[in-house]
Design a protein around this ligand. Structure first.
Ligand code: SF4
Length: 596
C-alpha cells in the first residue's frame, strides 16, 4: 500500500500524517524526509535509522506490554511536530540523513532476535513519517514472533492507523495538553484530530498507553489535567494506562523549572479521582506498581524501568482473582517446576542430557526399532531420578520429525472432571520457547465436550517435564498439552485414535510414573504388572494391580494401540532407589515406545 496520491501541478499529497502535505515536485513535506520525486513520494529515511538501541520496554514507557522484556528501538531523523521541549531534538529536528549504512527490514529483525528482544519499537522521533519502512519491518517481525510498538505524538493519518491494525501491537501516545491553542501554536498539531486518532486506535484494538509530560505552568493546572483524565476515562477506557512524566529542561526550554514529585502526585490523584485504574509517575524514580483493578493484587512491581515479576505465578490473569490482565502479555504457560524438577539453566540441562547419553553409549544402547514410532510412554519425576529413563526413550525417536507433539498427563495438583487443553501461546523452557499448536488445540477443545481450557491446571509437572526433552530432540516441533483429571480412558483413547488414523504429523507422549513409596521389593512386584501390560499391550493385565499415577493415559494408549495393531517395546525401568540408595520408599519409572 502506498501513502500518497497525485495532485494538480505536479504536486503529490502525502497521506502519512494529519498534515496531509501537498508537496511540490522535488520538495519535501513538513517533516523534511518525505519527498515528491515525480511519480511518487519517496521516504528518504527508508533503511537509514539514526538511532538503534536495545531498551527495556518500560522505557517507552509501556508498562502493560511484555513486562520485563527488551525491545529493539529505532528512530530516524525528522519529525512532523516542532516541540520546543523535545528531548530527542538532536534527531527529530535534524533533516540530514546519514547514509553510511543501510539497514534492510531483515537486518532490523535479525538485530532484534540477536539481542533477545521480544519487540521492535519505532520511537525517538515521530514514527509516522517513516511508516513505509516500519510496515516492511513489522510484517517480518510478526513472522518471527516479535511484537511491534509505536511511540508517537498521535498525529498519524487515518490511513496509517487503519493499516496498523493487526500489525502494530501497542502504542504509547503523547497527549501533551488539552488546550487547542497550545497544540497549534507550540507543537504544530491539532488537538481535535489527536483525540479522534486515540479513539480510532482504541476502536481498532491496538493497545494504547497515554503519556503526558507535565510541564510546570504550561499544562499542569488542575482543570487541564482533570480534562485529560476525564477524556481518557470516558472516551478511551478506565483501564488505559496514563503515564505522568516529569519534565526536565531541554532544547529550547532550558530555563524552565523541573516538575516536582509533588506536582506528579497531584496529577496522579487527579487521574485516580477520575476513575483511571493505571496511573504512573515517570522520570522521578518513584514506585509504580500495577494492581489488579478487581481485587487490588499487585501483579507487577516496578521502580523506574525495573519491573519485578514472579515468573512462576505470572500469566495473563490475576493470580488471586483470575481477572484477565489489561495489556499485551505473552500468553505463556507457567513453568512450575523449573529449578526443582529440572534446572532453570539451559546449560545444566544440556550437561545432564549428555551425561545420560554417555551412559547409554557405554552400555552400547541400541536405537534401532523394527517399527516406526507413533507414541512413547515417559516418566515425569525430577530429572535426577527419572531423567535417564525419559532420555532413553526420546533417544529412540531420532528418525522422526513430528510437527506437533501431543503430551497427555495426569493432574497432580488439581481435582477436576475431564481434561484441559492448554490454550496459552507457548512454553518458556529454560532452553527456549516451544510454540503451542493452537490450531490443533482449539480443534480438540471444540470437537470434544470432555476437553476444556482450565488455565490453572497447566502448572502440571507430568506434562511440563517432557518439554525440555522435546526442545532438545525436536527443536522445531510445536506441542499440545492435555492435563486430565477424573475421566474414562476411553475418552482419551478417542483423541489418540484420531491421531493414529488421520494425523501422521502428530506424535503422542503419554506421561506416567509407576508405583509410589513402597519398599523396593513390593514396588518391583507391582511395577512388573504395569511393564507386562505395556509389553504385551494387554489392558486386562494392567487392571491386575498396576498402580501408575498416569494409569488412565496409559490405558487409553494401549486401547488405541490395539485398534491400530501397534507394537510395543519397553526401553527402561528403574526406581528412585537407583539414585537415593534408599530401598524402603521408592517410586518406579518406565519408558516404552509404540509404533507400527
Ligand atoms: S509525513 Fe506528514 S509531515 Fe511528512 S510529508 Fe507526509 S504529511 Fe507531511
Amino acid at each position: 500500500m502506498n501513502f500518497y496520491t497525485s495532485s494538480s501541478n505536479n504536486k503529490m499529497k502525502c497521506t502519512l500524517c494529519q498534515h496531509y502535505c501537498n508537496i511540490p515536485l522535488n520538495k519535501t513535506g513538513i517533516c523534511g524526509v518525505n519527498k515528491n520525486i515525480g511519480d511518487k513520494i519517496e521516504c528518504l529515511v527508508y533503511g537509514y535509522p539514526a538511532v538503534i538501541n536495545v531498551d527495556p520496554v518500560e522505557k517507552k514507557p509501556l508498562y502493560h506490554v511484555l513486562p520485563q522484556s527488551k525491545t529493539l528501538s529505532i528512530g530516524t531523523v525528522g519529525c512532523n511536530f516542532k516541540c520546543s521541549f523535545c528531548q530527542n531534538h538532536g534527531i527529530s529536528q535534524e533533516q540530514k540523513i546519514n547514509k553510511d549504512k543501510y539497514y534492510s527490514p531483515e537486518d532490523i529483525v535479525r538485530l532484534a532476535l540477536k539481542n533477545n528482544c521480544e519487540s521492535i519499537s519505532y520511537t525517538y522521533n515521530e514514527p509516522t513519517i517513516f511508516y513505509p519502512y516500519i510496515k516492511d519491518i513489522a510484517v517480518l517481525a510478526k513472522k518471527n514472533g516479535l511484537k511491534n510498538i509505536f511511540v508517537s505524538n498521535g498525529f498519524e493519518s487515518t490511513e496509517v492507523i487503519t493499516h496498523m491494525a493487526g500489525l502494530i501491537d501497542a502504542a504509547n501516545i503523547d497527549l501533551k495538553s488539552f488546550n487547542k491553542e497550545y497544540y497549534k501554536k507550540h507543537l504544530g498539531g491539532d488537538l481535535d484530530k489527536l483525540k479522534e486518532n486515540l479513539k480510532l486506535f482504541k476502536k481498532l484494538k491496538i493497545w494504547i498507553e497515554i503519556t503526558t509530560l507535565i510541564i510546570p505552568n504550561l499544562n499542569d493546572s488542575t482543570e487541564e489535567l482533570s480534562n485529560i483524565a476525564k477524556f481518557i476515562s470516558n472516551e478511551l477506557s478506565v483501564t488505559t494506562p496514563w503515564h505522568l512524566s516529569a519534565f526536565h529542561p531541554d532544547y529550547k526550554m532550558l530555563d524552565h523549572p523541573r516538575t516536582t514529585n509533588n506536582s506528579l502526585k497531584i496529577a496522579y490523584n487527579i487521574g485516580i479521582k477520575e476513575g483511571l485504574k493505571y496511573v504512573y509517575m515517570g522520570n522521578a524514580g518513584l514506585q509504580n506498581n500495577s494492581k489488579c483493578p478487581k481485587c487490588d493484587e499487585i501483579f507487577l512491581q516496578r521502580i523506574t524501568y525495573k519491573t519485578t515479576i514472579d515468573k512462576r505465578k505470572y500469566g495473563v490473569q490475576c493470580n488471586r482473582c483470575n481477572n484477565k490482565l489489561d495489556g499485551v502479555f505473552k500468553t505463556a504457560r507457567t513453568m512450575s517446576v523449573a529449578d526443582t524438577f529440572y534446572s532453570s539453566d539451559c546449560s545444566d540441562i544440556k550437561k545432564q542430557f549428555s551425561h545420560f547419553d554417555n551412559i547409554l553409549k557405554e552400555a552400547n544402547f541400541k536405537k534401532e526399532l523394527p517399527f516406526t514410532p507413533k507414541a512413547i510412554i515417559s516418566p515425569h519425576a525430577g530429572f535426577i531420578y527419572s531423567g535417564f529413563t525419559a532420555n532413553a526413550v526420546y533417544n529412540m525417536l531420532e528418525n522422526i520429525k513430528p510437527s506437533t507433539i501431543l503430551i497427555i498427563g495426569p493432574s497432580h495438583k488439581h481435582n477436576f472432571k475431564n481434561t484441559s487443553v492448554s490454550l496459552f501461546e507457548e512454553y518458556n523452557t529454560p532452553c527456549g520457547n516451544i510454540k503451542i499448536d493452537l490450531n490443533y488445540a482449539n480443534y480438540l477443545k471444540n470437537k470434544y465436550d470432555f476437553i476444556d481450557f482450565i488455565p490453572e491446571v497447566h502448572n502440571e509437572h507430568s506434562t511440563e517435564t517432557q518439554a525440555p526433552f522435546i526442545k532438545e530432540k525436536f527443536p522445531n516441533s510445536k506441542i499440545v498439552e492435555i492435563v486430565y483429571g477424573d475421566i474414562f480412558y476411553e475418552n482419551i483413547s478417542l483423541i489418540i485414535d484420531e491421531v493414529f488414523k488421520k494425523y501422521p504429523h502428530i506424535f503422542v507422549v503419554i506421561s506416567t510414573d509407576l508405583s509410589h513409596f513402597y519398599d523396593k521389593n513390593k514396588a518391583n512386584k507391582l511395577d512388573n504388572i504395569c511393564l507386562k501390560a505395556i509389553d504385551t499391550l494387554d489392558i486386562s493385565i494392567w487392571d491386575k494391580g498396576c498402580e501408575a499415577c498416569g494409569r488412565v493415559g496409559v490405558k487409553a494408549l494401549i486401547n488405541s494401540a490395539n485398534k491400530f495393531k501397534l507394537n510395543s517395546k519397553l526401553i527402561d525401568y528403574r526406581t528412585s532407589a537407583d539414585i537415593s540408595k534408599d530401598d524402603t520408599k521408592v517410586v518406579g519409572y518406565v519408558s516404552a515406545v509404540l509404533g507400527n
